[in-house]
Design a protein around this ligand. Sequence first.
Ligand code: KIV
Ligand code: ZN
Length: 518
Amino acid sequence: MKKEQIIIFDTTLRDGEQSPGASMNTKEKIQIATQLERLGVDVIEAGFAAASPGDFDAINKIAQVVKNSTVCSLARALENDIIQAAKAIEPAPKKRIHTFIATSPIHMEYKLKMTPKQVIKKAVEAVTLAKSFVEDVEFSCEDAGRSDIGFLKEISDAVIEAGAGTINLPDTVGIRMPSEIKDMINQMHAHIGNRAIISVHNHNDLGLAVANSLAAIEGGARQVECTINGLGERAGNAALEEIVMALKVRSDYYSNVETKINTKEIYPASRLIASITGIEPQPNKAIVGRNAFAHESGIHQDGVLKNKQTYEIFSPEEIGLNKDDTLVLGKHSGRAAFKDKLEKLGFQLSDEELNSAFIKFKELADKKKDIYDDDLRALITSNITSVKKAYEIVALQLMDSTGGVPSAAVTIKTPDGQEITDAGIGDGTIDAVFKTIDRITGHHGELKDYKVKSVSQGKDALASVTVQVAFNEDEPAVIGHGLSIDTMLASARAYLGALNSYLSMKGMLKKINSKVII
Ligand code: KIV
Ligand code: ZN
């Protein structure tokens, strides 16, 4: 029997980026998109083009590099959103516009202040306009989970007639139970037949997003929208890795469907996203959590030693977690081995970036004997995916704070090449460093989150610092990464990295480059 394909629509770069503190810069998004393509996702929702010039730019760059997956932009059912989406995805060989409007009574009455008839009209206009730019148009009934099924059928008929090829029925607030989702999809499938593909997009507010997505597949959905590590608005979206592995491991149960995902790229994708966003999956997270293959009890360990299948339902290698492969390069490793390793970890670097990464790697190898996969991920995320021609830390000196006032002297190279030194005090050493950076750069950041962790193992382990800083109270916080054997230096780099990302997203670095800073 020929299996039907489940279309994997990844929205890590759009809904995933809506996770508090997960905003990424363009270079980081390109790295993730490239890894998603290696993973074999069918559709990459690269962002929401009309949201900001930074979003537009990232989608447009992704559309230039991704060749095999369809590149998609979200757009509200508004003319300008659709035009921006069409322009942003224009370079992609395979492209899709995903437009949406809310269809639940509560959203239509209070949020949109529109009647159901007006909503249908808007939806049809949006799909018609999108269809004038691209062949592949998806329409979402936002809050379908709380919408009237009769209205869902009516609006679906209208947008299919206007050219939508995919009808997405999101459980936007994550309220539905699996049997309810299956029933809704069953009814919609019976009504729509093969006029359009039915898709689901489940949020995880009750921890049911994956169960609901699998139930939807049983009901006839042939596209699932999901994210790596389950990132997403509020409690997140359905986790891609859980849906894909459930379909694979239980292919006896889901015998009529399959995905095109190369599961060996799941673990590299999960680590890449965790290192870029600084959001680690919980240790007991299914499939990719640190403990997912850890056997603690003696009885379990004994069983696994005798036969792994006693307690492991699939092998870590199936998701690309090769335990023997984690000790990697040292100071004698060559450029080719280094490049090969980075590609295995999911990084696609230009020649120039590779050269610069190799120099940083050699500097690190001089200080640190064994270099592990996580060291390399941290090295690349804190250096190569950071923005270019930006502020850089040149020197950092801390005055001993024992009993005195914590103070720091910082020298920074500005984007136009000047070196500026200043000193300042703070409530603690880190505060002193960050305040001094603020004085030099003329920006004021509010620290929202600060995480320090040691990367890999050993006394010479690197400190990896991830910060979230808001440089404008009306805008989301941005992420910065810093890496060093010295925690304070890593912190300073992370803070400056966040500022650089913020300025680059706002297109402000170019202006700084042409302005004289005193
Ligand atoms: O959750 C939701 O409804 C969405 C739509 C925009 C698809 O993210
Ligand atoms: Zn969503």
